[in-house]
Design a protein around this ligand. Structure first.
Ligand SMILES: NC(=O)c1ccc[n+]([C@@H]2O[C@H](COP(=O)([O-])OP(=O)(O)OC[C@H]3O[C@@H](n4cnc5c(N)ncnc54)[C@H](OP(=O)(O)O)[C@@H]3O)[C@@H](O)[C@H]2O)c1
Length: 434
């Protein structure tokens, strides 16, 4: 006779995402049971504050403030971690795996910092550790990289994987808004947190890139190894000049294989207007993967929000539950044996956009061209913007041909020392091949 006993779920966290997961587990219980062949039962939900008002669909009796007790319960087979933050989430995931519980998590910080170690532990314990919701919210990415694209030699990933910054950049581009104004709008709409540092400084995107790159390139990558620059230095004038030159400005997360090394970076980029990623606006995410067999594929959708994220988490829960119901062992394809090294940012070769404020006098361009030329950086184009009579300055927008980052940094230092240069307003990398 087949086993019809319940599969118990312990939910760690009932905030934006956890509430939606709990609602669906409770309200769609019959449908989920049909899909799995056994009922799924929510055994308990960890929160910090039991007295807070919660979704009325969720019985208060399910709430607990004791994480270890919930994880250790005999009738909990799957632990779903949606509390966020590194600790205690990491310790609880470890504890659950060590007690032979399957784990589903949405936690990019934990997976980008301790992912390989936790995956190894899950393998040893012969349980599942699934984390589809940790990158790109509802967009399927981890699954396709694990399975559907596994036969490919991936050469690059180009991604817009932070909705908050993409929303801010869209406002700056479409309305000429300043960074501060666009950030305030994002905060008013709930797209940016009161402390937006993690998003606007690129840390969130770096975590997500580390998770994707580990899978795509079969190498152990942590968030700390990703070079990153945020978006706070961008000004409205950069968007105007970029548009005149035929580019959008996007915060891209890029991973590219360069022989036996990986280039990993998150920073603002000029992207040709006709490219798909240049057209991804607002809080949407898009991830382009290039593989030797599949060519370029682009995944696009809602990278955050309660429902899209719950969609990914519930998908993982169903996968685990179906495995339990059928007695299948979890499939582990997380081979991280390629061991690619990380290329220092100084070794990067790409094109650059330089915005330089100079004194409005003869011979200025020659002096700048000499600095660049002496370092082997050739100029693709220069536009001189209108001079400001009051300050007797003009603005030069220089596009270089591909050049090495180390030399561009030297050139910027040397330019700053020139008597004719008032300010190097911005340096932005150009990504032609996205
Ligand atoms: N929000 C999104 O759109 C989104 C998208 C993709 C991935 N994620 C990831 O999903 C996870 C959850 O995000 P969220 O937006 O749902 O967070 P959230 O709204 O802040 O909810 C966190 C929940 O965890 C509980 N919690 C946190 N620390 C706790 C502790 N030490 N002890 C007990 N309970 C604790 C909180 O309890 P109280 O309710 O009592 O405060 C709350 O219920 C994060 O890893 C996040 O990165 C979120």
């Amino acid at each position: 006779m087949s086993d019809t006993s319940e599969i118990g779920i312990g939910l760690l966290g009932m905030g934006v995402v956890g509430s939606e997961v709990a609602r669906n587990l409770l309200l769609k219980a019959d449908r989920l049971a049909q899909q799995v062949g056994r009922p799924l039962r929510l055994r308990g939900i960890l929160v910090r504050d039991k007295s807070r008002r919660r979704d009325p669909a969720v019985p208060p009796a399910l709430l607990t403030t004791d994480p270890e007790d919930l994880v250790a319960r005999q009738d909990v087979h799957v632990v779903v971690e949606v509390m966020g933050g590194l600790r205690p989430a990491y310790d609880l995931i470890r504890s659950a795996l060590s007690q032979d519980k399957h784990v589903v998590t949405a936690n990019k910080e934990v997976m980008a910092t301790h992912g390989p170690e936790l995956v190894r532990l899950a393998e040893e314990q012969e349980v599942s550790l699934l984390y589809e919701a940790s990158v790109g919210g509802g967009i399927p990415l981890i699954g396709p990289l694990h399975k559907d694209l596994l036969a490919n030699e991936v050469s690059s990933l180009h991604a817009i994987i932070n909705g908050t910054t993409n929303y801010i950049l869209t406002r700056m581009s479409q309305e000429g808004a300043s960074f501060q104004t666009a950030l305030r709008q994002a905060q008013e709409l709930g797209y940016a947190e009161a402390n937006p540092a993690n998003d606007v400084e690129g840390a969130d995107a770096a975590y997500k890139l580390a998770i994707l790159a580990s899978l795509a390139f079969h190498s152990q990558v942590t968030g700390a190894q990703v070079y990153r620059e945020g978006i706070a230095r961008l000004s409205a004038v950069d968007f105007r000049y970029a548009q005149e030159l035929g580019y959008a400005i996007k915060l891209l997360a890029i991973a590219r294989r360069e022989d036996t090394a990986l280039s990993l970076r998150v920073h603002p980029c000029l992207v040709p207007e006709e490219h798909l990623l240049a057209k991804v606006d607002g809080v949407f995410n898009a991830i382009e993967v290039e593989g030797d067999l599949v060519g370029k594929v682009v995944f696009h959708g809602q990278g955050a929000g309660a429902k899209p994220t719950a969609s990914a988490i519930l998908g993982d829960i169903l996968e685990v539950a179906c495995n339990i119901a059928s007695g299948r062992k979890p499939a582990h394809t997380g081979n991280l044996k390629d061991g690619l090294s990380i290329l220092p940012i100084e070794e990067l070769v790409t094109q650059y956009y330089l915005r330089v404020t100079v004194s409005d006098s003869a011979g200025v361009l020659a002096k700048i061209a000499t600095v660049l030329g002496d370092l082997g950086i050739s100029i693709a184009s220069v536009i001189q913007k209108a001079a400001d009579a009051a300050s007797q300055t003009a603005e030069l927008v220089i596009m270089t041909h591909p050049a090495k980052e180390a030399y561009v940094r030297q050139a910027v230092q040397q330019m700053k020392a020139l008597d004719v240069v008032r300010e190097v307003g911005n340096v932005i990398r150009v990504e032609q091949q996205a």
